[in-house]
Ligand binder design. Structure first.
Ligand SMILES: [Cu+2]
Length: 163
């Protein structure tokens, strides 16, 4: 009986850890809200990370680089419509977080790109990443892998946004 209860408990914990709970981090005047990623298909070479960064300070800051446990490197990307086609564009200068403003990293927009995944990202898993800001410095965050409407991570499923 004790074993069954232990197993039930363990199953409950797995379910709980798979749920998307809110989590946030602060560094200096910046708040990083709910870093998350999507599960990737087997052998996918890349994944994407999303979050919202809010700057409550009086001066702009800039996300200059990022790194993560799960991939060889991390780039800061933007999705943009170029010649009518939705494409990704690396932002070599990073992204400015305006004073008193926020920047949303989300599907179809800004994201951090995990390039050279060491293994697939699985829903329910978390992994560590580091964000480096020009003024606020570095902060360690944890990305939650969610199984949201799991689209392939190569963004080829994205349709150009028209009006
Ligand atoms: Cu990208």
């Amino acid at each position: 009986m004790a074993l069954i209860r232990t197993l039930a408990l363990a199953a409950g914990l797995v379910l709980a850890s798979g749920a998307a709970f809110a989590h946030d981090y602060t560094v200096g005047a910046l708040k990083i809200d709910h870093p998350w990623s999507r599960a990737t298909p087997k052998s996918a070479p890349v994944g994407a990370g999303y979050m919202t960064i809010t700057n409550s300070g009086g001066a702009p800051d800039r996300l200059v680089s990022a790194s993560a446990d799960v991939s060889a490197k991390v780039e800061i990307h933007e999705m943009a419509v170029i010649d009518g086609i939705m494409k990704m564009k690396p932002l070599d200068q990073g992204i400015v977080i305006p004073a008193g403003g926020s920047v949303a990293f989300k599907p179809g927009s800004y994201h951090v790109m995990f390039i050279g995944l060491k293994k697939p990202l699985e829903a329910g898993q978390t992994f560590k990443g580091t964000l480096a800001f020009e003024k606020a410095g570095k902060v360690e965050v944890e990305f939650q892998v969610q199984d949201m409407a799991a689209k392939p991570m190569d963004h080829s499923g994205m349709k150009p946004m028209g009006h």
